[in-house]
Design a protein around this ligand. Structure first.
Ligand SMILES: NC(=O)c1ccc[n+]([C@@H]2O[C@H](COP(=O)([O-])OP(=O)(O)OC[C@H]3O[C@@H](n4cnc5c(N)ncnc54)[C@H](O)[C@@H]3O)[C@@H](O)[C@H]2O)c1
Length: 243
């Protein structure tokens, strides 16, 4: 139970990678942070390392009842970061219906369900509340390897960003997407070495961004300075696609 006026951030996919870096950044910005993840062991390790202003909830975010159950244990939400996601790498004609559904479920359905639950807890809170969706530059850049279902899941996420930004503007809730390009995490393991090397060489500085680079932008949006931005997709790619 949050007994003082401390603001609460909920971060999905918190156990590792960009999500974990976002948790660290928001803890440093004086939020208490609740991290949701399907990986119980990794979440518990992360919780131990991040300290007692972080608490973890193990949940499969692709299940609407499981998401509702997780949020029923949360008393307040001021910031929701929908970061959980993955990238399945099959070529278009080889994508099975099951893989297609899983891709959309992890990257899009999870955010949809979390927004529904979080909004109910945000509406009665004072001040400006924020939803920040972690999209991908892959929804917009067609030179890089990203597969069709991954791109589509992130394009759907960015459409949800715009819908909710418009719908809840007068209720003091801002909604933005951050769409990073190559960021060094364990997710790099989904591509083979040659594909990865080519994608990294395409970055203007010849290397990937760091999870903390993305987390700093989340922190900015979560700060008072972020209050006047809503409905935007902020692309982070070191200027790679400027032509
Ligand atoms: N790494 C990149 O280059 C990159 C680039 C653009 C966008 N992104 C996006 O950033 C986000 C984070 O990516 P990352 O690189 O840190 O990935 P990651 O694989 O390192 O971490 C993803 C986290 O999400 C969790 N997760 C997966 N499925 C889940 C489920 N069903 N329920 C709950 N939790 C689940 C995983 O357990 C993991 O902790 C993703 O949405 C990804 O699409 C990453």
């Amino acid at each position: 139970m949050n007994t003082n006026q401390e603001k609460t951030a909920v971060v999905t996919g918190a156990a590792r990678g960009i999500g974990r870096a976002i948790c660290e950044a928001l803890l440093a910005s004086a939020y208490r942070v609740i991290g949701l993840d399907i990986d119980a062991a990794r979440l518990s390790k992360t919780g131990f390392e991040l300290g007692d202003r972080f608490s973890g909830i193990t949940v499969d975010l692709t299940s609407a009842p499981a998401v509702a159950n997780a949020f029923s244990t949360i008393d307040a939400v001021d910031v929701l970061v929908n970061n959980a996601g993955t990238c399945f790498m099959n070529d278009f004609v080889d994508i099975s219906p099951d893989e297609f559904r899983k891709q959309m479920a992890i990257n899009f359905d999870s955010a949809f369900y979390c927004c529904q639950q979080a909004l109910l807890l945000m509406l009665p809170r004072p001040g400006i509340k924020k939803i920040i969706n972690i999209s991908s530059n892959g929804a917009y850049n067609f030179d890089v390897f990203d597969p069709a279902h991954y791109r589509a899941s992130k394009a759907a996420l960015d459409n949800l960003t715009k819908h909710l930004a418009r719908r809840y503007a007068k209720e003091n809730i801002t909604v933005n997407s951050i769409a990073p390009a190559m960021t060094r995490t364990d997710l790099f393991d989904v591509v083979d070495e040659a594909t990865l090397a080519k994608a990294l060489a395409g970055m203007p500085r010849g290397d990937a961004m760091k999870p903390s680079d993305i987390a700093a932008w989340v922190s900015f949006l979560a700060s008072p300075a972020g209050e006047c931005s809503s409905g935007n997709v902020i692309i982070l790619n070191q200027g790679r696609d400027v032509r």
